[in-house]
Write a protein that binds this ligand. Structure first.
Ligand SMILES: Nc1ncnc2c1ncn2[C@@H]1O[C@H](COP(=O)(O)OP(=O)(O)O)[C@@H](O)[C@H]1O
Ligand SMILES: [Mg+2]
Length: 508
C-alpha cells in the first residue's frame, strides 16, 4: 500500500517543492508524486517541525508544557522540502512544477529497486535510508570515466576499495593496485585470484627518456645526451641478441662509456669536452644505479607491465620503497600501460596490452599532489584525461582531497565520498566536481563509518549508501593497543620467571 506523506504547498518549482505533513517522514527518504501523466521521484532533504498554536513569541516554558499536555502533538505539523530527481523512466526533470496540493507518497520498494538496479552493475552496498534496496554501480562508466574514493582516515575508503575489487573480480575484471601500505597483499578476495608483483623494474625496460631523467642529464647537455644514447643502444643490442650469460643492463652501459672515454683519451686529437661528457655519463650511470637500487637491481626481473595478469587483482606493494622510488615506479608502470593500450588499439605495433586495466592508487595525494611536482603526476593526469578511449581506468583513493591535484580530480567523473569533515577538503572537491551539490556537501560531516555519498555516471542518481562490510581484510582496523601491551607484559613476566627458576635450579 502506498503511503501518503503530505501535500505540496506554497510555491513549487520543477526541481524543488515544499510540503506539509502530519506524519513524521525522515530526511533522505525517497518519495514520489504523480502529475502531468508522470511518476516523478524525489528525495526529502530538509524537515522542520512547527506548531499551529505555539507561536514563536510564547516564551514561557511552563505554559508550553501545559499546552502540549492538553494538545499532544495533534497541533503540530512537519514542513519539508523535496528535491526532484526526475521521472521514474528516464530521470528527466519535469517541465512543469507540481500543482499545489499534489500528494507526496513514500517511494515503493519496486520503484527504488528500479532506480538503483543496473544490469552491468556491481553491488557496493544498500540505500542508506532503505536497507532492503541494493545499490549497483555501472562498471563500464566507473572504469572508463574513473573513480575517486575520498574521505578522512578511518571512514572506510580501503573497505570500499576492497568491495569494489572483489566485485570486479567476480566479473572477470583486471585490476592493478599500487598499494602504498602493502595492505591489499594481505587482503583475501573471494571472487578471484590475487597476484603479487614485486616492485622492480628491469633497467632494460626503461626507455631513453627515463634514463635521461633518472641520470639527471639535462636537456641542454647535448654531448652527454649523445653518449647516453650510444651507451643505451649498445646495451640494448646486447640484450636483444639474447646473450647467454646474465648481464646487468646498466653495467653494459657503463662499460660502453668507460671504453669510449679511454678511446677518446688515446685519440690523436683530444677533445676535452667530449672526454668530459662521456666521463660524466659513466659517473651519472653509477650514481643512478646506486640511488635507485631498490627498484632497479636485477637481471632476472621480467618486464613489470607484462607480468600483469588478466582477470586478476595484480598488487604492487610499495611500502618497502621510499617516496621517490615509488614515484618512478608508478610513472613507469602507468606510462607503459597507457602506451601499450594505445598501441594495441591503434597500430598494433610495439609492445601491446590486450585487455583494459583498472588501476587503483592508494594515498593518491602523495603522487598526484596539488602543490608538488612529482614524476607520476603528469601521467596520472593524462590517464584521467585520455584513458577512457583506451580502456585505462583510474581510481584515486585519498584521505586528503585538498592535497589532490585538481586537474586529475576534475577528471574523476565518479566519486564515492565517505565522512569528510574539513571544510577545505570539501571546498576543493566541490570546486572540481560539478555534480557535488550543496545539499550533498552538507551531508558529508555527519556520515558514519562506511556511509557514503556516491555520484557520477556510474549511478543513475546521486545516492547516500551504506557500503557493504568487506570480510577479508586483516589490517586497516585500529590495533588493540591495550591487549598488545598486556600480552607483551605477560611474555616479559614469564621470561623473567623462567630465568629465575633456572637460576634456582642451578642453585645460584
Ligand atoms: N562499510 C563498512 N561497514 C562496516 N565497517 C566498516 C565499513 N567501512 C569501514 N569499516 C571499518 O572501519 C575501519 C576503517 O576502515 P578503512 O576502510 O580501513 O578506512 P580508511 O581506509 O578510510 O582509513 C575498519 O576497521 C573497517 O572494518
Ligand atoms: Mg585506508
Amino acid at each position: 500500500m502506498t503511503e501518503i506523506i503530505g501535500r505540496c504547498y506554497g510555491e513549487t518549482s520543477p526541481t524543488k517543492i515544499s510540503f506539509i505533513s502530519k506524519k513524521t517522514p525522515a530526511v533522505n527518504e525517497y518519495v514520489y508524486l504523480e502529475y502531468a501523466g508522470k511518476t516523478v521521484m524525489g528525495i526529502i532533504d530538509n524537515l522542520l517541525r512547527g506548531s499551529f498554536t505555539l507561536s514563536d513569541d510564547l516564551l514561557n516554558e511552563d505554559t508550553i508544557g501545559k499546552i502540549v499536555q492538553i494538545e499532544g502533538d495533534n497541533d503540530q505539523y512537519i514542513r519539508g522540502e523535496v528535491s526532484i530527481l526526475g521521472d521514474i523512466e528516464k530521470l528527466e526533470i519535469p517541465r512543469t512544477p507540481a500543482p499545489i496540493g499534489t500528494t507526496i507518497k513514500r517511494a515503493t520498494l519496486e520503484q527504488l529497486k528500479k532506480l538503483f538496479s543496473n544490469e552491468k552493475g556491481i553491488t557496493i552496498g544498500h540505500v542508506l535510508s532503505q536497507p532492503e534496496v541494493e545499490v549497483k554501480l555501472d562498471v563500464n562508466k566507473m572504469v572508463s570515466r574513473h573513480l575517486g574514493i575520498l574521505a578522512m582516515t578511518g571512514a572506510g575508503k580501503s573497505n570500499a576499495t576492497s568491495v569494489i575489487i572483489d566485485e570486479l573480480l567476480g566479473l572477470g575484471g583486471t585490476i592493478l593496485v599500487l598499494d602504498m601500505h602493502s595492505e591489499y597483499g594481505k587482503t583475501e578476495f573471494t571472487n578471484g585470484k590475487k597476484k603479487s608483483i614485486p616492485p622492480k623494474i628491469n633497467p632494460r625496460d626503461l626507455n631513453i627518456f627515463e634514463f635521461k631523467k633518472l641520470c639527471n642529464v639535462s636537456d641542454g647537455a647535448t654531448n652527454q645526451e649523445k653518449y647516453l644514447r650510444d651507451a643505451y643502444d649498445y646495451a640494448k643490442e646486447i640484450s636483444l641478441n639474447g646473450s647467454e650469460e646474465k648481464r646487468l643492463f646498466i653495467n653494459d652501459m657503463i662499460t660502453f662509456a668507460e671504453t669510449k672515454a679511454e678511446e677518446l683519451e688515446n685519440a690523436e686529437r683530444k677533445n676535452n669536452s667530449h672526454i668530459d661528457a662521456v666521463n660524466q655519463v659513466a659517473f651519472k650511470l653509477e650514481d643512478m644505479k646506486r640511488k635507485y637500487r631498490s627498484i632497479l637491481d636485477s637481471t632476472d626481473v621480467s618486464d613489470i607491465v607484462s607480468t600483469i595478469e588478466v582477470g586478476k587483482v595484480n598488487i604492487i606493494g610499495l611500502s618497502s620503497l621510499d617516496e621517490k622510488a615509488s614515484d618512478i615506479l608508478v610513472k613507469h608502470v602507468l606510462t607503459e600501460i597507457l602506451n601499450r593500450r594505445k598501441n594495441f588499439m591503434t597500430t598494433g605495433k610495439g609492445k601491446t596490452l590486450s585487455f583494459p586495466v583498472f588501476s587503483i592508487i592508494e594515498e593518491a595525494h602523495i603522487l598526484a599532489s596539488q602543490k608538488r611536482n612529482t614524476r607520476s603526476k603528469s601521467i596520472i593526469g593524462r590517464i584521467a584525461r585520455e584513458g577512457r578511449k583506451f580502456g585505462v581506468g583510474l581510481c584515486l583513493v585519498s584521505q586528503s582531497p585538498k592535497s589532490l591535484d585538481s586537474e586529475s580530480l576534475s577528471q574523476l567523473n565518479n566519486l564515492i565520498i565517505l565522512r569528510l569533515v574539513e571544510p577545505s577538503d570539501q571546498a576543493h572537491v566541490q570546486k572540481s566536481s560539478e555534480s557535488l551539490s550543496e545539499e550533498l556537501l552538507k551531508k558529508l560531516p555527519s556520515l558514519n563509518v562506511g556511509e557514503a555519498v556516491i555520484l557520477g555516471q556510474m549511478t543513475k542518481i546521486p545516492t547516500m549508501v551504506k557500503i557493504n562490510e568487506f570480510k577479508g581484510r586483516s589490517i586497516g582496523n585500529d590495533l588493540d593497543i591495550v591487549s598488545l601491551w598486556k600480552s607483551a607484559k605477560n611474555e616479559e613476566e614469564s621470561r623473567l620467571q623462567k630465568s629465575e627458576e633456572y637460576l634456582d635450579e642451578m642453585g645460584l
